[in-house]
Design a protein around this ligand. Structure first.
Ligand code: V47
Length: 375
């Protein structure tokens, strides 16, 4: 039997409560009402209902490693503290051997996923990235390669003067198993022109995701919030993702990403609050009714907020990560990695049942040195 919501401080939420309880889809105006409400407990209660309908009591996590082969980036986005111009003293580009050895370094438990993203390097070719992927597959055949944002794919296609479809096909043949959700930021062009002027447009991001899904590649999706965007821009972003998901079914997980202003040209903007972060998780769970998973990325939210988010709509905490650069260059004070045992503790102490997964959400069983996918 469903438990009943003890109280509703904000009466504007009543119609939304009825829709969510009846399993009805929320509309643009509902999204705005949710963003404009401060009744976090009611919003969270609703999001938890939606979350438990999809995932029951399970919270997923994985054992993964981030690899950022280069921070050299032609884009110079105002939102970013990671990218560097070629001649910047802090610019770096790994050799292929360095990428392959980084992949194996620094962690004793076998990882099931490499999450590979980097800057838009003006000289690294599609062929170089394909050799990188083949080398990783040769050395770590069991590890899933979740690599390249839609923005990187668009840039590689443009530089190679071939279509996005052909680029994705080549990356897939070389070893890409799925794509991460980065680079989506906020789709509305007015905002994109200010925070990430040189990236693919919002429409192009969605088209590249569509092309990836058509090739059978799953992907994630993100939204960067807490900068200059309005509530309308956020709802628009979420509903565009929901619409594409209706058509392709290729998205696995949505990850709301809080803007970290330190060391960026937008550092005058105040960082998001815990309240806004939790509300973002909850509203995305409510609006994205066709996304299987909502991730509370602990690196971005802090482990403490990510833990609480499991009761406000999130059913995934991401992974061990190992050596995160993008958020730490932008002033994140969280650790750069969490051990598997710490993830288990964060999940169990929230009263959830931890299930280790591979990137495609198949449960994994493991001993210290290796893992087995169970289905
Ligand atoms: O695309 C960059 C964001 C993203 C900043 O798919 C910033 O499983 C905040 O997409 N403050 C990269 N955000 C991270 C990402 C991601 C992370 C975890 C899991 C997955 C997944 C994807 O980080 C970028 C951009 O939106 N970003 N700079 C900044 N200063």
């Amino acid at each position: 039997m469903l438990s009943t919501l003890p109280s509703l401080d904000d009466r504007r939420l009543e119609p939304i409560l009825e829709k969510v309880q009846a399993g009805e889809r929320l509309r643009f105006e509902d999204g705005l009402t949710l963003y404009r409400s401060s009744d976090l407990l009611a919003i969270g209660w609703l999001a938890n209902l939606a979350r438990e309908r999809k995932s029951g009591n399970v919270t997923w996590f994985n054992v993964n490693r981030h690899i950022n082969p280069t921070n050299v980036c032609v884009a110079a986005c105002k939102l970013c503290a990671f990218g560097r111009q070629v001649r910047d003293p802090k610019a770096y580009t790994m050799s292929l051997e360095e990428v392959w050895s980084t992949a194996g370094a620094g962690y004793t438990e076998a990882v099931s996923e490499f999450h590979i993203v980097g800057g838009l390097h003006p000289e690294l070719t599609l062929d170089w990235y394909c050799r990188m992927l083949r080398g990783l597959k040769e050395r770590y055949p069991e590890v899933h390669l979740k690599a390249f944002t839609m923005v990187e794919v668009g840039y590689l296609a443009r530089r190679a003067r071939i279509s996005v479809e052909e680029t994705l096909q080549r990356l897939k043949e070389a070893g890409v198993d799925s794509l991460p959700g980065g680079g989506a930021e906020i789709f509305i062009e007015r905002v994109r022109r200010i925070i990430c002027d040189h990236k693919v447009s919002g429409e192009e991001w969605l088209q590249i995701a569509r092309a990836a899904h058509r090739l059978g590649l799953r992907s994630n999706a993100t939204m960067l919030y807490g900068h200059i965007e309005t509530d309308e821009d956020r709802v628009d972003h979420l509903l565009k993702l929901r619409q594409l998901q209706d058509q392709t079914g290729g998205f696995q997980t949505f990850i709301p990403l809080a803007f970290h202003p330190a060391n960026t040209p937008l550092q005058h903007i105040s960082p998001t609050t815990g309240f806004a972060d939790i509300k973002s998780i909850a509203i995305s769970r409510l609006l994205l009714d066709n996304f299987p998973h909502i991730k509370a990325y602990w690196i971005m939210m802090t482990p403490k907020i990510a833990q609480v988010a499991q009761r406000f709509g999130a059913d995934d905490l991401d992974g061990t990560v190992v050596e995160e650069k993008i958020y730490h260059d932008a002033g994140a004070t969280t650790a750069q990695s969490l051990r598997r045992s710490e993830l288990l503790r964060l999940i169990r102490q929230a009263g959830r049942e931890p299930v280790e997964r591979d990137t495609l959400y198949r449960p994994v069983s493991r001993n210290e040195a290796t893992f087995t996918v169970l289905v």
